[in-house]
Design a protein around this ligand. Structure first.
Ligand SMILES: Nc1ccn([C@@H]2O[C@H](COP(=O)(O)OP(=O)(O)OP(=O)(O)O)[C@@H](O)[C@H]2O)c(=O)n1
Ligand SMILES: C[C@](O)(CO)[C@H](O)COP(=O)(O)O
Length: 239
């Protein structure tokens, strides 16, 4: 069974307001995209990668791709279109029940142990699963005036992270249905949910942030430093 990896990296990063798409901004001496791909490759070295890139991309460097089996895919206008296009390249290659993991290029800090936990969860899963983090703050619902309407109970609320992993044929059907009906889906899980199915939530670290705004890049750099300090410390203990 092949493990397919889709990395949507075709966004423009408009909220980042940088001189280039955020996936090409430097993070600890390499691009965000290179860091994300390296992290995925450490846990899934045998996976077959589909990398969604903007057709006008002027920054991509193939040397940043550590996977031996990979293919570039032209991204679409929304994230869901990019993922759907990547899936279409699997037709005739993927088995219906192959797992497809989708991970944002903009999430370079995903922990290796969280990737491993997701992978392990899939061993007992029929539909699919996503990394997610429980909401930690008190949640306010705003009214039209920008004042608090009421406090939302946060019990059972989770932040949807990536990777999100689903069976190839189910994900294909779910995205086709969402696109055909115009259902807004900002992640793979919401397309699956629209089919009446309930993906599994796999607890993951809140440090798996999606770089979206300028301050996120500073946070991501600090998170990577802390993660590498933790890795060095645990290697020291084991040695
Ligand atoms: N048409 C698109 C839009 C987004 N993405 C990718 O999907 C991930 C999450 O999207 P988001 O953070 O919303 O990225 P952007 O669209 O780049 O950001 P913005 O909305 O600020 O423009 C990113 O890795 C992004 O490159 C994509 O492949 N194709
Ligand atoms: C897929 C995603 O990263 C899950 O949090 C997210 O939905 C990306 O889209 P957003 O519009 O930036 O929330």
């Amino acid at each position: 069974m092949t493990l397919w990896l889709i990395v949507p990296a075709a966004g423009r990063g408009s909220r980042m307001q940088a001189d280039r798409p955020k996936q090409y901004l430097p993070l600890h001496g390499r691009s965000v995209l290179a860091r994300t791909l390296a992290r995925l490759h450490q846990v899934f070295p045998e996976a077959a990668l589909r990398l969604c890139l903007d057709p006008d991309d002027a920054y991509f460097d193939p040397d940043d791709v550590p996977f031996s089996e990979w293919q570039r895919v032209e991204g679409g206008s929304e994230r869901v279109d990019s993922v759907r296009r990547a899936l279409s390249t699997l037709a005739g290659k993927a088995a219906d029940d192959d797992w497809v993991l989708v991970h944002d290029a903009a999430r370079p800090c995903v922990r290796r142990e969280d990737l491993a936990a997701l992978s392990q969860a899939l061993e007992h899963e029929a539909i699919g699963a996503l990394l997610a983090a429980p909401v930690a703050d008190t949640m306010k619902r705003a009214d039209a005036r920008g004042r608090v309407s009421h406090t939302e109970p946060r019990d059972g609320l989770w932040h949807a992270l990536t990777p999100q992993a689903f069976r190839y044929d189910l994900l294909r059907q779910a995205l086709d249905a969402a696109l055909a009906t115009g259902t807004a889906v900002t992640d793979e899980a919401s397309a699956i949910e629209a089919m009446g199915l309930s993906p599994l939530l796999v607890p993951g670290g809140r440090d798996n942030l999606k770089i979206t705004r300028p301050e996120d890049l500073i946070l991501a750099a600090r998170i990577l430093s802390l993660q590498s300090e933790t890795d060095s410390a645990s290697q020291g203990v084991e040695a």
